[in-house]
Design a protein around this ligand. Structure first.
Ligand SMILES: [Zn+2]
Length: 315
C-alpha cells in the first residue's frame, strides 16, 4: 500500500492540481462571457474575455488602506480585467491604447490595432524607449524593439543580466529618449522631485513619459507618507502603507491626490490625463507627460521643479 501511494502520488497530485486550475479558470472566463466583458486587447490584438478578480483586494487590504468598497472594486478592476491570451491587465492595456493613439504608424499615419502590430513598424522601431520597471504584457513585445532599454530598481530583481536604474539618479544621458514608461512606480520612489527631474532630463524635447500610478481622488493634495533620511533610515509621516509585491511588499512614499496634474505641470511637464476623470468608479487613468520644446523648457523647469518639491514637503 505504501509503495502504491509513493508511486501514484507524483502522478495524481499534478493531475488534481491541473484539474482544479482548469475548473477555476473556466469559471473566471465563463463569468466574463456571461457579463459581456469581451474586448479586443490593445496589447496582443486578440478578442478576449476580460477576467475580473475582485479577491485581489482582500478585506485586510481594504481595512489597511482605508478605502471604500467602491474604490476597492475599482482597484481590483485596474489590477485585473485581464486578457486571457497575454495576461494584460486593465492599466497596462490602457498604456497600450495610449501608445497606439499617440504613435501612429506608416505613411499616411494609421493607428495600429495592437502592440504586436505596432512594434513591427519602422517608425516605431526608431523610437528610443526606456521601460523603467517591467510592464506586464507590454514588455514581452516592446523588448523586441532595437532601441528599447529595460531596467529594474537595484533591489527588486536578482537577474544580473537586467540593467539596474534608480529613478532619482538615472545613468542615461540627457535628451536620450522619445518615451519613458513606468507603471505603478512613482509612489515607491523616496524622492519624487528628483525622479521627475531625472525623467525630464533624459527625455528628448517633445518626448513623453507615459505612466499609471495609484491616486486617491478624495485627497485634495499629494503628500508624503514617508521619506528617506540622509543616514538611509526611513521616516514615516503617516501609517506605513505597502503595496503587495515581492516578499514584504513595497513601501509607498507618496500618496497622490487630486492636485497631481497641477504638480506635474509645475515640475515642467505638459500633462494630459487619459481615461479620466478620476473617481472611485474608475482609478485606472493613464498620464502623458510631455517635455516641452527646449526654449520653453529652459525658461521654466528649474523654478518649477523646486516649487513642486516644496509643495510636496509642505503637503
Ligand atoms: Zn492580450
Amino acid at each position: 500500500m505504501f509503495l502504491i501511494k509513493r508511486l501514484l502520488k507524483p502522478i495524481l497530485v499534478p493531475i488534481w492540481n491541473r484539474s482544479c486550475f482548469f475548473i477555476w479558470r473556466t469559471g473566471e472566463i465563463g463569468e466574463a462571457l456571461m457579463r459581456g466583458r469581451i474586448a479586443r486587447c490593445a496589447i496582443c490584438g486578440r478578442l478576449s474575455p476580460l477576467v475580473y478578480r475582485p479577491w485581489l483586494i482582500t478585506p485586510t487590504l481594504v481595512e489597511r488602506w482605508g478605502v471604500s468598497r467602491e474604490a476597492a472594486a475599482a482597484i481590483a478592476r485596474k489590477e485585473s480585467t485581464m486578457c486571457v491570451w497575454c495576461g494584460g491587465k486593465l492599466r497596462n492595456r490602457r498604456i497600450a491604447e495610449t501608445l497606439l493613439d499617440l504613435y501612429p504608424r506608416g505613411s499616411p499615419p494609421r493607428r495600429a490595432r495592437s502592440i504586436v502590430e505596432w512594434v513591427r513598424e519602422p517608425v516605431i522601431q526608431s523610437l528610443q524607449i526606456a521601460e523603467i520597471n517591467l510592464i506586464e504584457g507590454i514588455h514581452s513585445y516592446i523588448k523586441l524593439l532595437p532601441h528599447h532599454y529595460y531596467s529594474e530598481y537595484q533591489d527588486r530583481i536578482e537577474d544580473p543580466a537586467v540593467r539596474r536604474e534608480d529613478l532619482t539618479r538615472l545613468s542615461y544621458p540627457s535628451d536620450s529618449f522619445d518615451l519613458v514608461l513606468t507603471s505603478e512606480t512613482l509612489e515607491h520612489v523616496p524622492d519624487l522631485g528628483a525622479a521627475l527631474r531625472e525623467i525630464l532630463r533624459v527625455l528628448k524635447p517633445g518626448g513623453k513619459h507615459i505612466f499609471t500610478i495609484p491616486q486617491d481622488p478624495a485627497a485634495a493634495r499629494t503628500f508624503r507618507r514617508a521619506s528617506l533620511s540622509a543616514d538611509g533610515s526611513i521616516e514615516h509621516h503617516a501609517t506605513p502603507l505597502y503595496h503587495p509585491a515581492g516578499d514584504h511588499g513595497y513601501l509607498v512614499f507618496t500618496e497622490f491626490g487630486a492636485d497631481l496634474v497641477e504638480l506635474l505641470e509645475r515640475a515642467g511637464f505638459e500633462t494630459e490625463l487619459r481615461f479620466g476623470p478620476i473617481s472611485n468608479r474608475d482609478l485606472a487613468q493613464v498620464y502623458v507627460c510631455g517635455k516641452p520644446d527646449r526654449g520653453q523648457f529652459d525658461t521654466t523647469s528649474a523654478d518649477a521643479t523646486t516649487t513642486a518639491e516644496k509643495n510636496l514637503v509642505d503637503g
